[in-house]
Design a protein. Structure first.
Length: 257
């Protein structure tokens, strides 16, 4: 699943490549996840200029003139492809055709990628926008498993399974810890790790992708991945499951419970 760093880079690429272009045609190939009819989406967006592209949690948001916004959640297997690379991409969900012939498509083998016209706003902070006070207060009130809490999109948005492992490894805290049990000093360290890991991943992925929509990149992961057996420090990478999701960690990560 594309997480915050990947989506931040995708948003920047789409902005650079398509900002100011007029959407000549939106092709709705799979409509089952739309919150409105295909006809309404076409009426609202066709002929409109793309003004901005942003990331909001795990959702890309395309901002068009006349204040129309189309949110796109790629879900587990969704991807973005350039139409100049794949003219008729397989498993297309949406196709964006701009005047001049350029465009891109949302594809998903599982047909779960979800477009939402004018998505409602939320008060849940983005992981890179929340402040330390919010984060510390959240941890102090929750008896839940720490990794589960970090992935809870109703508490903070953008972090998924992969980057939760990376952040906890960087902070030296076990993913099996109880949020409320973490000392304030360590919680502050975790908050810094969260920002460090996400911001560095954005820089690394942006440098690698350039202006190409290459899909998710996991080349920079330090611990999350079946192929990583030993960390750069020489520690054995262990794995288990939390909430049905594969979790990677090392013995030296401190357990608070």
């Amino acid at each position: 699943m594309a997480e915050l760093p990947d989506l931040s880079v995708f948003a920047k690429i789409l902005y650079r490549r398509f900002k100011g272009m007029t959407l000549e045609r939106i092709e709705v190939t799979v409509a089952k996840k739309l919150n409105v009819s295909s006809k309404e989406v076409k009426q609202c967006l066709e002929g409109q200029r793309l003004e901005n592209v942003s990331r909001n949690g795990k959702t890309l948001q395309l901002h068009f003139s006349t204040n129309q916004v189309l949110g796109i959640h790629l879900m587990l297997r969704g991807e973005l492809v350039s139409l100049d690379v794949e003219v008729n991409p397989k498993y297309q969900i949406l196709g964006f055709h701009f005047k001049g012939g350029e465009g891109f498509a949302v594809v998903d083998l599982q047909k779960q990628a979800t477009p939402t016209l004018n998505p409602p706003s939320t008060k849940v902070p983005d992981a890179l926008e929340m402040d330390e006070a919010y984060f510390l207060d959240l941890l102090s009130r929750k008896r839940t498993n720490l990794k589960t809490l970090m992935m809870d999109q109703h508490q903070m948005r953008g972090i998924g399974n992969s980057y939760a492992d990376e952040i906890l490894y960087h902070a030296g805290i076990s993913p099996f810890s109880i949020a409320k049990a973490i000392p304030v000093k360590e919680a502050k360290k975790l908050f810094k790790s969260l920002r460090h890991v996400l911001e560095n991943a954005i820089r690394d992925i942006e440098k690698e992708n350039g202006d190409e929509l290459k899909g998710e990149l996991r080349d920079f992961m330090r611990i999350h991945g079946a192929g990583i057996k030993v960390t750069a420090k020489g520690e054995e990478v262990l794995s288990d499951r939390i909430g049905g999701r594969k979790t990677y960690f090392v013995k030296s990560q401190h357990l608070y419970n």
